[in-house]
Design a protein around this ligand. Structure first.
Ligand code: SIN
Length: 313
């Protein structure tokens, strides 16, 4: 029997695959589809203090090697998702779900966490520190002092399982510096990576950009970002306290991609661009492909190979 089950934040999940925040998680209709699929759980769209309609369209374009998006955090507002999760937990009490949140400052993060604490939410919180698409708002994850300030506040006011979604880093010194900050806190997990921010996709026929906001600049996902995602997953796996687990996100469109993320240290894997393209049926194929690779290698569970990436020296 080959199992892709996993444990994160002390919770058991039948399957390590789930959606990435932003894809198939805007409302109940989308979340129901992930819920009905082979995914081990779901994460909601990042909820803000007030509901948001997001950036004007066009704001998502598939490309030959992945996608570009500038969604601008459209979401129904935190109470909507807390109600939805609460209903799911009543219907299937032994399942655990992820609530993504993002405030535009520390006070808003605190407000969102206070709402979660006051609700009957029993799952895992993913604090998004990495959206590249809100005009005028920098990606928090690139402001190291701010990350430290936010986490100091967050863990003063919130005591449930909570992890952070980070932007990709590109420098060894930045991996060292960010890991040193993260290691000060009782984080349940780190999710690496969000899209590579502020890329450009150009339509040569019209000589125009394909995304409306910010003159076409948007977050890049898909094949382009897998090597960067793997590097971030492994860099944090090497540096973080073992109690801080890793969720691997970026460029997963096959069982082999998931295998590579897990080999780099991921305990769960999230799917964005490929899920958007194929729909939640993709989780069947991904699971089957991962199990086939595990069978070929004689592995029966993820811990047989998780984090066991080999080096050349
Ligand atoms: C968006 O809503 O713009 C994407 C979300 C994200 O990258 O965090």
């Amino acid at each position: 029997m080959i199992s892709t089950e996993t444990t994160l934040a002390g919770y058991h999940f039948d399957n390590c695959f789930m959606n990435a925040a932003g894809v198939y998680c805007y409302d109940a209709a989308e979340l129901n589809q992930v819920q009905a699929s082979m995914a081990g759980t779901f994460v909601t769209k990042s909820a803000t203090v007030m509901p948001r309609s997001g950036n004007p369209e066009p704001r998502y374009q598939p490309t030959r090697l992945g996608s570009i998006n500038s969604m601008g955090l459209p979401n129904e507002g935190l109470p909507y998702y807390l109600d939805y999760v609460s209903q799911q937990q009543k219907a299937v009490p032994d399942k655990t779900y992820f609530q993504s949140i993002t405030g535009f400052n520390i006070e808003e993060d605190e407000q969102l966490l206070a709402q979660i604490s006051a609700s009957d939410f029993k799952g895992v919180v993913e604090l998004n520190l990495s959206c590249p698409n809100v005009p005028g708002k920098p990606q928090t994850g690139y402001d190291f002092e701010m990350v430290e300030r936010i986490l100091t506040r967050v863990f003063t006011v919130y005591h449930g399982p909570l992890g952070v979604k980070l932007p990709p880093y590109f420098d060894i010194v930045h991996f060292d510096q960010m890991a040193a900050i993260l290691n000060q806190f009782p984080l349940a997990f780190v999710n690496s990576v969000n899209s590579i921010g502020n890329g450009l996709k150009i339509d040569v026929a019209t000589e125009r950009v394909v995304i409306k906001t910010k003159h076409g600049f948007g977050g890049i996902g898909g094949d382009y970002i897998k090597p960067t995602a793997l590097a971030n997953v492994h860099a944090f796996y090497q540096r973080l306290n073992p109690a801080i687990q890793i969720i691997g996100t970026g460029g997963i469109k096959s069982g082999q991609d998931a295998f590579e993320h897990i080999l780099c240290g991921a305990s769960m894997v999230q799917v964005g661009t490929a899920l958007q393209k194929e729909g939640p049926i993709i989780f069947e194929r991904l699971t089957r492909e991962l199990q086939t690779i595990m069978a070929q290698k004689g592995y029966t569970k993820l811990s047989d190979f998780r984090g066991k990436l080999q080096y050349l020296d």
